[in-house]
Design a binder for this molecule. Sequence first.
Ligand code: ZN
Length: 562
Amino acid sequence: MNGVDFHDMKVRAPDLDRTREEYAEIGAAIQGADDAAACIEAVRRWNECRNAVDTWGALVGLHFNQDTRNPDAKRALEERDEMSPKILELDLELMRKLNASPHRTAVESEIGKHAFDLWEALITTYDPAIESEKIQESRLESEYTELIASGRVDYNGETLTLVELGRYNEDPKRDVRHDVSLLRWGWFQDNAKALDRIFGELVALRTSMARKLGFDDFVELAYRRLQRTDYDRTDVERFRAEVREQVVPLATELRRRQAERIGVDRLMSWDEALRDPQGNPKPQGDHDWMVERAREMFDQMGGGLGEFFRLMVDRNLMDLKSRKNKGGGGFCTSFPDYGVPFIFANFNGTKGDVEVFTHEMGHAFQCYCSRDRFPIDYLWPTAEACEIHSMGLEFLTWPHMGKFFGEDDADRFRGIHLEESLLFLPYGVAIDHFQHLVYENPDATPAERNAFWQEMERTYLPWRDYGDLERPAAGGFWQCQLHVYRYPFYYIDYTLAQTCALQFWKRSEADFAEAMEAYVALCRRGGEAPFQELVRGADLTSPFQSGCLADVVDHARAILGV
Ligand code: ZN
């Protein structure tokens, strides 16, 4: 099914009874296989089913995001969410059978051991004994999202959601920034009880599930859920120490310079989002103009990016314009049956448009390069590796930013992008370290958890000053970070990937062609290997190796003149 236009793609919902029969046959074929070849044949049949299910799931998810008020799209999404866990159970059953197969070693040598490791990780996170807790967990996660979404504050005669209030964070007037911070954190103060209760219940539930599955604590279960097969919490701990030693001093200096630049003698928390008194650079044209500039950019970059981008345009595989009833944010999804990815975004005329676009194009390009990987587990790598493709492309497109912003503003854009990338690292590891403390001490009280977070701020964000903002000054800042509630332990992935992307940045400044070649080769490998193996294969220093950030920090200091 190659060459199909997005609008001609068919949504085929699986028939659950038929799927069950098919899986039963595949399971019997695996168990009855006389040799590895017969086993692999069964894996191919299973792979066809998974391609179809993933294509359906992705199309349904995308259609809903394209029009969240469409009742048919919503119904299809509900149907998918109800059916997916049932199909996952069928998948897990086949994974168990394959892992127990007498031909396992021979199959591994054909399709790679990594797939088996990924399956093993998933298998150990499921058990009928935790089913009701899993349902409660997702209910609490939704409760958090709904509570935050229900947040309203009155400002300037308008009633605003917390997201809408965010547009004042970068207001050039300091008292505006301070006022909206007071309102925002006033809301968190008023809802502190509920936020503490939801989180306390989540920690208890997750800890209980981990223990039922035979783990010491939830940290171990969370790492397995994320299919981390080649590193553990001690590696992550070493990486955090690296950030503390290398990046925190630089970040502190960058914050001091920021205070100078925006003309305040002490940078308060409500000043942090204002990077530049001139305001952020903006793209100089509309959506169609940007697509044209992107075409020029990707043609000049080589490595197959130009051809790939044409394909995305010609087959309508992008939906970038913001419109009413469209879901928020940006993401990349893919349709394995058709061998192509899709990019979704909400352009709003800010520099973020260019960032989201180059970021999601990185994901899409990798996915397209890996479209023929077998089995489907190799279509994408694990999340920390995925974000190298996206964050890496954000840096590799640097030389072309003049096309979007004009040459003068392109320099400002690059400076801000680099500073934000560096400043993100201490915050990212603080969120990660905090979660380790929480789940390693599951009986801590809400006040003790806030004290954990304050310790994180002293360690990683020593410049932070909340002044008269009561709630964050008492340690409650972490409650605004969605991932802490909804995606436990995921946050470190962004910082691991950023550490690798920054290396691509430095290499591309020294030899663009070399960096580009290594980047494309990394994309082509898809998810055939675990994180560190992919990283080393691309000649990058693993974030778990000591000194991993020294080079890029030195280079950044030189470029930024710090
Ligand atoms: Zn991403």
